[in-house]
Design a protein around this ligand. Structure first.
Ligand SMILES: CC(=O)N[C@H]1[C@@H](OP(=O)(O)OP(=O)(O)OC[C@H]2O[C@@H](n3ccc(=O)[nH]c3=O)[C@H](O)[C@@H]2O)O[C@H](CO)[C@@H](O)[C@@H]1O[C@H](C)C(=O)N[C@@H](C)C(=O)N[C@H](CCC(=O)O)C(=O)O
Ligand SMILES: Nc1ncnc2c1ncn2[C@@H]1O[C@H](COP(=O)(O)OP(=O)(O)OP(=O)(O)O)[C@@H](O)[C@H]1O
Ligand SMILES: N[C@H](CCC[C@H](N)C(=O)O)C(=O)O
Ligand SMILES: [Mg+2]
Length: 488
């Protein structure tokens, strides 16, 4: 069994009270998961302060406590370690506890507002196709060499990350690809990890409920690159306004990808249709199965990373050309009778919604109409609601506003936020149908043969969260059922 002293390696300690040689069975940041000889790390959170649960943790068997503030009364036989930052300590300690798994494989992190899941998943699929055992930490799922593990977060907490990485190392993985959310950077969930490379996709409006200002959101994303080692590579999107700033202070070796300017990884779209993209990538012409300009960027990022990792460029493009994207990202179905194109996409930010709708317009052959079903999540950034409502109307012939995980909020109020400030032209185009199933049905009832229906916001999600309860709901399943029921 490990002892506390070993696990504290490189943690910034302020004081120690008790026996630092105490054994540690496991690490926990949640008092509800404590067992015998657990080490409890008290973290100040958004909802609660872990320090309030120190007593509870000791009652449940914790023998060692990591905290920023010592309790007034110290219990006998317990070792208390006061640290500068508990969240950061949790990352460093988790890495020590699990034997530095991020150093035993090559860990690549992907950050940005949109495209993280797509890029990380493509990298996982690509390196698997190239013959490596790989790991993946993503919004849709975690993977350990082909074995699927349910994902609860885009980026899990530090202890879960290191436990998963340990399992990957034990399963013989030589690569791990992970999404790095801005919440994760800010909450130090990635502290103590050793990244071999970092990728930036893009930055636009999201999570301003959490980060408060756009500048702060940028600063947090940039902190990921600031933390990379000189031995790592950092790849950024030159066509994004903040693409260069992201890498301004990184010690890592910098690379850029672009569709518009000269860059190490340069792409040009030749054809963009429902059957995929035809592009040149560093002067080699390739056909990809992924659709839309935004995926051209995702593919360039993946190509760049694979090149930096020493893979053969031709082989990389050959493998990439046959890959499909991540579940729920621009997945489409054509109805058998009326040839209505139904698209399920995870666009849940203004930028993603705009991108996916612009892509749909580029794919249109004639005067097919575009009908969009969209909602905005409850207990999330409210400022994106009117922007998404307006974008849906601007870029569709008809928009149906509906619910997308209202969580603790009143769904009608969310719809009101989406409707607020719509232009007169937009007002003529939208209707609100609070029940998502009814909204999808309405979209199909309104569609003429050949029309395009976009169902945005939930992608791979298999639930609708209402008042804290997750009800089974799957946009793709609904779409298929309605097509059949309506005989389309
Ligand atoms: C807003 C946010 O990010 N919250 C995350 C945060 O929770 P928190 O700060 O609210 O924690 P808290 O409830 O205040 O508790 C503070 C501490 O006390 C502990 N505690 C609490 C209660 C108790 O009885 N005993 C106890 O020990 C908690 O375990 C925690 O360590 O830390 C928790 C542990 O790591 C996360 O599970 C939790 O994610 C919540 C569930 C969440 O919904 N997060 C979303 C917003 C999120 O993280 N999303 C990003 C993706 C965003 C994107 O699209 O880019 C993600 O990476 O998934
Ligand atoms: N490079 C990109 N630029 C802009 N939009 C994109 C890009 N890639 C994907 N999208 C759009 O954003 C949606 C979400 O994509 P993806 O799941 O890959 O992003 P993400 O960053 O992982 O999102 P999340 O933060 O929720 O995990 C897609 O369904 C698509 O509409
Ligand atoms: N990672 C994002 C996903 C949003 C997906 C959307 N369907 C919603 O529930 O708002 C979040 O947690 O904010
Ligand atoms: Mg994701």
């Amino acid at each position: 069994m490990l002892i506390l002293q070993d696990i504290l390696y490189q943690v910034k300690i302020r004081s120690v009270n008790g026996n630092i040689q105490a054994p540690v069975n496991d690490l926990q940041i949640d008092s509800r998961k404590i067992g015998k000889s657990s080490c409890f790390i008290a973290i100040r959170g958004v909802q609660a302060d872990g320090h309030a649960f120190i007593g509870k943790a000791i009652e449940s068997g914790a023998a060692t406590i990591i905290c920023e503030e010592l309790p007034d009364v110290l219990a006998d036989g317990i070792c208390y370690v006061q640290v500068e930052n508990s969240a950061e300590a949790a990352g460093t300690m988790a890495a020590n506890f699990y034997g530095q798994p991020s150093m035993k494989l090559k860990l690549i992190g992907v950050t940005g507002t949109n495209g993280k899941t797509t890029v990380a998943t493509l990298l996982y699929k690509l390196f698997t196709a190239l013959g490596y055992d790989c790991g993946l930490l993503s919004t849709v799922q975690n993977m350990i060499a082909g074995r699927q593990i349910e994902a609860t977060h885009t980026t899990p907490d530090a202890i879960s990350i290191n436990a998963l990485l340990r399992n990957m190392v034990d399963a013989g993985c030589s690569y791990a690809f992970m999404e790095v959310s801005s919440h994760a950077v800010h909450q130090h969930r990635i502290a103590g990890l050793h990244f071999a490379g970092g990728i930036f996709t893009n930055i636009s409006h999201d999570h301003l409920d959490y980060h408060k200002t756009f500048d702060e959101y940028i600063r947090v994303k940039k902190a990921f690159f600031d933390g990379l080692a000189a031995s790592a590579f950092a790849i950024s999107n030159l066509d994004d306004k903040r693409g260069s700033v992201m890498l301004q202070n990184t010690a890592a070796v910098k690379y850029f990808y672009s569709l518009r300017s000269l860059a190490e990884f340069k792409g040009k779209i030749l054809e963009n249709g429902l059957t995929g993209l035809v592009m040149t990538v560093n002067d080699q012409e390739v056909h990809f199965r992924l659709i839309g300009e935004f995926n051209a960027y995702n593919l360039l990022a993946v190509y760049g990373a694979a090149t930096c990792l020493g893979e053969d460029r031709h082989e990389v493009l050959r493998c990439l050309s046959v890959l499909s994207g991540a579940e729920g990202r621009f997945e489409y179905l054509v109805s058998p009778v009326d040839k209505i194109i139904g698209i399920v996409d995870y666009a849940h930010t203004p930028d993603a919604l705009e991108n996916v709708l612009k892509t749909i317009h580029q794919l249109r052959k004639g005067d097919e109409r575009v009908i969009t079903v969209v909602g905005c999540g409850g207990d999330r950034d409210k400022t994106k609601r009117p922007v998404m409502g307006q974008a849906a109307c601007d870029l569709s012939d008809k928009a149906i506003f509906t619910s997308d995980n209202p969580r603790s909020e009143d769904p009608q109020e969310i719809l009101k936020d989406m409707e607020a400030g719509l232009t007169t032209a937009a007002r003529r185009k939208y209707i609100s149908v609070v029940d998502r199933r009814e909204a999808i049905k309405t979209a199909f009832s309104l569609a003429n043969p050949g029309d395009i229906i976009l169902i945005a916001g939930k992608g791979h999600e298999k639930y609708q969260e209402i008042k804290g309860v997750k009800h089974h709901f799957d946009d793709k399943e609904e779409m298929e059922r309605i097509m059949e029921e309506q005989g389309r």
